[in-house]
Design a protein around this ligand. Structure first.
Ligand code: AMP
Length: 296
């Protein structure tokens, strides 16, 4: 089957559910395990690190590229989201992915499509509170990708920590039988988490963006040193505004598993606390997160 597929920059490319299933069936018949790395394309080193993380864990790796319309809200950047399939395929081939799965929207959501996956609780806070419907779109498309491919392992980045937690939950709850693996955040030299949306930043904004991670680190240290949590979070918020961010959706300290807020620093909080931030800069909405114990 692989040999019958079209290729993008040399990389075999499945465009339909049937095609990807046939490839996976063949691989399974040959005794291979299968890994999936779902993405929305405009690939950078953060995405590629997920392919590399999957490599020692599975025999064959599929990277999907699908800019999922249902996870973008009204007025968000669906139409302007960067798309460059040929370059994506080149990068994926270079790191050794075996197949690009790039369905179009009508393949993913054929006429009459009427089902949604909702993960309650975890999706009510943080980005869920600011982007209504976003995680319903994510949960639905990821459930579809996981049932289309039925991989042994699927890898997601810790940069989207809430998304990772939501996907872990749905994979357990829906008995998908897939091992969900989280990959560490890959950063630029100045600490900015790599993101396809960093391309929206002007030169000056790109410099300012580095404060997001700097302020997270500083806040983590202050909280660990015993400074009052709420004051520290407020000050961090103020600092981001002072350096040029237009708006802060949240700057929170939460338990990294339950996403419940943390108000008191005890041993459990030190272990499971994570800082989360989402902030607007120019045309970009940037997110980042950091374990409270990072840097110890
Ligand atoms: P996206 O294309 O933005 O939907 O991201 C696809 C996958 O790559 C998601 O699992 C993201 O969490 C992950 N990802 C994006 N940026 C990074 C990064 N800087 N480091 C690690 N993983 C990332």
């Amino acid at each position: 089957m692989l040999y019958n597929l079209s290729r993008t920059a040399g990389l075999p490319t499945a465009r339909t559910v049937d095609e990807v299933r046939q490839v996976v069936t063949e691989w399974r018949a040959e005794g291979h395990t299968v890994g999936l790395v779902p993405t929305m394309g405009a690939l950078h080193a953060g995405h590629l690190s997920l392919v590399e993380l999957a490599q020692p864990q599975t025999d064959r790796i599929i990277a999907s590229v699908f800019v999922n319309p249902t996870q973008f809200g009204e007025g968000e950047d669906f139409s302007t989201y960067p798309r460059d399939e040929v370059r994506d395929a080149q990068k994926l081939a270079r790191v050794g992915a075996d197949l690009l799965y790039a369905p179009d929207a009508t393949e993913m959501y054929p006429e009459g499509f009427a089902t949604q996956v909702f993960v309650v609780g975890l999706t009510d806070v943080l980005c869920g509170a600011n982007r209504p419907g976003h995680f319903d779109g994510v949960a639905t498309v990821v459930t579809k990708l996981l049932t289309q491919v039925r991989p042994d392992v699927a890898v997601f980045g810790e940069k989207d920590w809430q998304q990772l937690a939501t996907i872990r939950r749905l994979a357990i709850d829906l008995d998908l039988g897939v091992n969900i693996v989280g990959g560490p955040i890959v950063r630029e030299a100045d600490g900015l988490a790599m993101s396809s949306r960093n391309a929206y930043l002007t030169h000056a904004e790109r410099k300012t963006a580095a404060y997001l991670n700097r302020v997270l680190y500083a806040a983590a240290k202050l909280i660990r040193d015993g400074k009052p949590i709420q004051n520290t979070l407020n000050a961090a918020h103020g600092r981001l505004i002072a350096v040029g961010f237009q708006d802060i959706d949240y700057f929170d300290l939460r338990d990294e598993a339950t996403l419940e807020p943390i108000d008191i620093l005890d041993t459990a909080a030190l272990k499971s606390g994570r800082l989360f931030v989402a902030a607007h800069l120019g045309n970009a909405r940037l997110i980042d997160n950091l374990r409270l114990s990072s840097g110890i």
